[in-house]
Write a protein that binds this ligand. Structure first.
Ligand code: KIV
Ligand code: ZN
Length: 557
């Protein structure tokens, strides 16, 4: 690796930084840049109709500031802004934002685009970094500052001419992360003066990590430094706009808010140039998971995902935080076990607070269901299978039977090498434990109770008559016991000569209606040390227990 080709990003000379002690107790002002920065990064940019669909999604999620495009950059962009205004698609409480370079004809075109908008932010930018000054523009600091001042002053004049009090102003020293801090501040001060920033007419100063070049703590240092040193702090809103080149755009934005930023720009699922913009879904749901109202509504994340995919033609990684198809799913046995215990415990106590191992938030809060939480493959354990059978089919496999079933599931998963669906697991349970009819088949069974006789002998209160086939031999027996299972065991042992005893037993109803079926689970043992599990399903619980016994007998090794 040719690391000598690179050098470390300079630290910020700041003493007594306070941001590491900060906490985020309220959501910042959010601004979506999906329709501009996100759109600019798409191989196939959105059409006007797609942009409308995306805009409506963003409005429904609750964004109050939406950068809708770069109207001087293309006919589609211009047409879209006009469509929004002319078709009155912008709610009164939503402000559209439009980006422009600091060039006269582009600024004028931008004002043409927003004519008639009730509220609009004109977002002007020019690049200020040393690299861009030297290599791209070949201009010195004063000349670059002059570009910002000229642009700002034209925007001011055009706003005054428009007579529209709803027009606000945002300035970005683009490539801020490559710009000397004192120079970025100098340019921003000049812009504030030109605009006439005041507490009543604040300028938004947006400090982008156009390219993410350092650890997020250094970006936070820069934001704290800037907030400390900017003149009349109450005349500006400090906005951050982080990109994800190092994979820490969300952390950088969070630290920046701790360092004093008021506003955050980002895009859904982190869409944007190169490695993307800051992912607003993640940052909002990070706040949500800490008990802070995110101010954005992601209760139907699957819908947000769908519209996003359709409009952008971009995919979302299955492991994408909060939004990926697999992020609320556990395959590993120990995780499944902990989740299944946590899900049960969570609903009983914990003061109403969510606390389930491995699930930082309740999937249902973002419109996902519990079905996908536990999925089964060869890595899975007994807890997972039990969870699937219980949640999907109401079958509560007792603990003493779970390891046996887990072995069967694992053997099947190893054989197929694939994930097993809940229905495959259900089928396997039935074929392993319920539907076994060879070599022993229960052909008839009649049960009678001696309930009404107050002097009955409890040990013989249930009588049973059965016809059973064992291989080619069919025989019948009558027996008495303290219950149907006891009577069957006694009668069967006596007439077949096959000795066994019941070691574990459990039963429950499946479903709650009058037509509910019952399921019985049994573990039997033989005097020579063999043992087997079985299950029986029937509308009559007594018959279910006898069927379970027959299944277990059929499974004896
Ligand atoms: O990343 C960036 O610097 C930008 C600016 C135009 C704000 O998108
Ligand atoms: Zn950007």
């Amino acid at each position: 690796m040719n690391f000598q080709k690179y050098t470390a990003y300079p630290p910020v000379a700041i003493s007594g930084r306070t941001w590491p002690d900060g906490t985020i107790t309220k959501a910042p002002i959010w601004c979506s840049v999906d329709l501009r920065d996100g759109n600019q990064a798409l191989p196939v940019p959105m059409s006007v109709d797609e942009k409308v669909a995306m805009f409506q999604l963003l409005v429904s999620v609750g964004f109050k500031e939406i950068e809708v495009g770069f109207p001087s950059a293309s006919a589609t962009e211009f047409a879209f802004v006009r469509r929004l205004i002319e078709k009155q698609l912008i709610p009164d409480d939503v402000t559209i934002q439009v980006l422009t370079q600091s060039r006269e004809h582009l600024i004028r075109k931008t004002f043409d685009a927003i004519r008639g908008a009730k509220n609009a932010i004109v977002h002007l930018y020019n690049s200020t970094s040393t690299l861009q000054r030297d290599v791209v523009f070949r201009k010195n600091r004063e000349e670059i500052k002059a570009i910002a001042i000229e642009g700002t002053s034209l925007v001011r004049r055009l706003k005054d001419k428009s007579g529209n009090p709803g027009i606000r102003f945002e300035y970005s020293p683009e490539s801020f992360t490559g710009t000397e801090l004192d120079y970025a501040l100098e340019v921003c001060h000049a812009v504030m003066d030109t605009w006439g920033a005041s507490p009543e007419d604040k300028v938004i100063l947006n400090l982008p990590s156009t390219v993410e070049m350092s650890q997020p703590n250094i970006y936070a240092d820069r934001i704290e430094w800037f907030c400390r040193n900017v003149r009349s702090r109450d005349s500006v809103l400090i906005s951050v706009h982080t990109h994800n080149d190092r994979g820490t755009a969300v952390s950088a934005a969070e630290f920046a808010v701790m360092a004093g930023a008021d506003r955050v720009e980002g895009a859904l699922f982190g869409n944007g140039e190169r490695c993307g913009n800051m992912d607003i879904v993640i940052m909002a749901l990070n706040l949500f998971s800490q008990g802070v109202d995110p101010g954005l509504d992601f209760t139907d994340l699957p819908r947000v995902r769908d519209v996003y995919r359709k409009c952008t033609r971009m995919d979302i990684h299955p492991r994408h935080p909060y939004a990926g198809e697999l992020v609320y799913t556990a395959f590993s046995g120990s995780h499944q076990d902990a989740i299944s215990k946590g899900m049960k415990a969570n609903f009983q106590s914990n003061g109403g607070l969510w606390a389930v191992p491995y699930l930082p938030i309740d999937p249902r809060d973002v419109g996902c269901n519990y079905e996908a939480i536990v999925r089964i493959n060869s890595q899975s354990g007994k807890g997972g299978m039990a969870y699937v059978l219980e949640t999907d089919y109401g079958i509560q496999v007792p603990k003493w039977m779970q390891p046996d079933f887990a072995e069967a599931v694992q053997a099947l998963a190893d054989r197929t090498g694939e994930e097993l669906s809940p229905s495959q697991i259900h089928d396997l349970f039935h074929s392993e434990y319920v539907t076994l009819k060879e070599p022993i088949m229960l052909k008839k069974c009649h049960i009678a109770w001696d309930d009404m006789d107050p002097d009955r002998n409890e040990a013989e209160a249930t009588s049973l008559s059965c016809i059973v086939q064992v291989e080619e031999r069919e025989f019948s027996f009558e027996a008495k016991g303290n219950g149907p299972l006891d009577a069957f065991a006694k009668g069967f042992v006596k007439s077949s000569g096959m000795e066994f005893s019941v070691e574990e037993y459990a039963e429950h109803a499946i479903g709650h209606s009058a037509g509910a079926t019952a399921i019985a689970y049994i573990k039997i043992g033989t005097p020579d040390g063999r043992m087997a599990f079985g299950a029986g399903v029937d509308s009559n619980i007594s018959l279910a227990s006898i069927k379970a016994t027959v299944s277990a007998l059929n499974r004896l090794p």
